[in-house]
Design a protein around this ligand. Structure first.
Ligand code: ARG
Length: 578
């Protein structure tokens, strides 16, 4: 159920009735100030010209014409021609009852589509870094939201598992294995491994040549070399999987579709583009010139698909991936999560793929960029000594910090429970800090803020959830079984009910814009409204009528379910106590 859509529909009808053109916009927003109703319709002003009437008069006519008797208890014209809509308490009460009885909390499904969500996608020639952390966390939440909306979501971990960097790594791995080491130990610390290989590449006589030999052998399909490469990839993927498991994201090995998987398709990408007359040979390389992205002098952008030596590039693989996802996976929409520095690449990739008909007009290719993760000093996030931060260590630190924090609070939980809660709070804090910011901006990683029990943080929301749940424990009422009439009398009850019934709005927005922060903001506002409601409208106090108590318990039950549902979609754990 979508209140917004319902009201828009009713107003559109009224607009036609008073003579407005059929395509006139029907802007409806949520009222931001108390006393101005719950929603505001702002369409009268724009109609003044075509109807040759004063906006206020049009607004008056709309109020007469619109059929919202069931939904609204009052409409009032304000200012130059706004219409403030006060939703009906009775209607809201009925909706709360229905929503609580519905497993999907009355969120409608969309016309279902098959979608690819391409996220995490680390480069295996390097340790996974904080940029991939953002992609992993944000991508996972968007994938969950799309699934909740009824879509078939295919997760694709487009790992960077191919390329010239592997020559140096394989040469080094070969030597280590020759010294009787097994791959798991040789690669137990990938960071160290890369560093050693790089040092040898830069300093050791003959090593760079051997590294280049390995590249040639690898690309030529040499069996021994491929076996070595496979060992490297297997251990690397295991390292990534450790991070996914710690993070509690839904990625598994079966979602890995690395760059190498497209190797057999690359020659046909080139021939396809040639056949379509898009490729031009330029200094021995195969290039598509993109007029739409010309520079100031009018020189079109060059999108290279094959180097003069015959080597393929990141762009070639992406074209192959687009074809595969459409033809083999049947995807009609693709969302890709990488940092904003790749925005131009994806813009070019999309333009070329559309020209080549690899993407049809009605299909969507959506690059979802995000900003950088910065340290408290505003510089790119690094360890104290300036090194890259290892993700596993970062997550362990989060758990440690959460445990300390929880020990400081007095409660009756056992050591074992505390450890479990520390994991849930620590990991969630890191995830939520990332999810709750508008993804396109850089964000500052700050332990103290993300672990605070106040403000828009995971601990605050997890705590809010346990508080609602504890009311039911104290009342000795089964939250699953409660069924009573809802009566909305106090303003805090109404504010909470309206918010609860708006759950679909942020979800739809996340599904279209891939912006989980919209859902975070909603959950945070919901939790805050619940706290105000609980303060003003006691539930278990002596002297509260049974009907009032039960009605408020219904509101509390729907709050708990909505918080839980929203936090689940964000990948944030909830618990009964903390
Ligand atoms: N491996 C790339 C990186 O780390 C991200 C890949 C994103 N997906 C894609 N289809 N290009 O930057």
């Amino acid at each position: 159920m979508n209140i917004q859509a319902l009201l828009v529909e009713r107003f559109q009808k009224a607009m036609i009735d008073i003579g407005a053109p059929a395509d006139a916009p029907a802007p409806l927003t949520r009222s931001t100030k108390a006393g101005f109703g719950d929603y505001q319709f702002n369409g009268a002003m724009a109609l003044a010209k075509s109807l040759k009437q004063k906006p206020r008069d049009i607004a008056e006519k709309l109020v007469e014409a619109v059929d919202v008797n069931d939904v609204a208890e009052k409409l009032e014209v304000a200012g130059p021609g706004f219409i403030n809509i006060h939703l009906s308490a009775q209607w809201l009460a009925k909706q709360v009852e229905q929503t609580l009885a519905d497993e999907r909390l009355n969120v409608d499904t969309q016309t279902t589509q098959t979608m690819v969500v391409d996220y995490s996608s680390p480069n295996l020639a390097k340790e996974m870094h904080v940029g991939h952390l953002r992609s992993t966390i944000i991508g996972d939440s968007v994938a969950k939201v799309l699934e909740f909306m009824g879509h078939t979501v295919l997760r694709q971990n487009h790992m960077g598992d191919w390329g010239t960097q592997f020559g140096m790594l394989l040469a080094h791995l070969n030597d280590k294995l020759a010294h009787d080491e097994v791959a798991e130990t040789a690669l137990s610390d990938l960071e160290d491994f890369y560093r050693e290989a790089k040092v040898r590449f830069d300093n050791e006589d003959g090593f760079a040549d051997r590294a280049r030999d390995y590249v040639v052998k690898l690309q030529g399909g040499d069996t021994d070399c491929l076996a070595l490469w496979q060992q490297f990839i297997d251990v690397s993927i295991t390292h990534s999987q450790d991070v996914y498991d710690k993070l509690g994201v839904s990625l598994t090995r079966e979602h890995v579709m690395g760059e190498s998987a497209y190797n057999p398709d690359l020659p046909s990408v080139i021939s396809d583009l040639k056949d379509k007359g898009l490729l031009v040979e330029d200094q021995g390389a195969q290039v598509v010139f993109i007029d739409e992205l010309a520079d100031k002098e009018g020189k079109p952008a060059a999108y290279i698909l094959q180097k003069s030596g015959g080597g393929y590039l990141y762009s070639t693989t992406d074209q192959a991936a687009i074809r595969y996802r459409r033809e083999k996976l049947g995807a009609t929409r693709t969302l890709i999560f990488t940092d904003a520095r790749q925005a131009l690449h994806f813009k070019q990739t999309e333009l070329v793929a559309r020209k080549a008909d690899f993407i049809a007009d009605n299909e969507v290719y959506q690059h979802c960029p995000f900003g950088m993760m910065l340290g408290k000093d505003g510089k790119p996030f690094k360890t104290r000594s300036g090194g890259t931060v290892k993700l596993v260590e970062l997550l362990d630190e989060a758990i440690e910090r959460a445990e300390k924090l929880i020990s400081e609070r007095d409660s009756d939980i056992s050591d074992e429970e505390r450890q479990d809660i520390a994991v849930k709070v620590g990991i969630s804090a890191v995830k939520y800090a990332d999810l709750s910011k508008n993804r396109t901006t850089d964000y500052i990683f700050d332990w103290d803020t993300m672990l605070s029990f106040e403000g828009n943080t995971a601990p605050y929301l997890q705590y809010a959830y346990t508080r609602v749940k504890s009311i039911f424990r104290k009342a000795n009422v089964d939250i699953e079984a409660i069924n009573a009439d809802v009566v909305i009398a106090e303003s805090q009850e109404k504010a909470l009910a309206v918010k609860l019934l708006q759950y679909q709005e942020p979800i739809m927005q996340v599904a279209s814009d891939a912006t989980p922060h919209v859902l975070c903001t909603y959950i945070y506002e919901l939790a805050s409204l619940f706290m105000s409601f609980y303060e003003a409208c006691p539930i278990l106090k002596d002297g509260i009528d049974a009907e009032v108590r039960d009605s408020r318990l219904m509101l509390a039950a729907l709050t708990a379910k909505t918080l839980k549902s929203g936090l689940d979609l964000l990948g944030i754990d909830t618990m009964e106590k903390m």
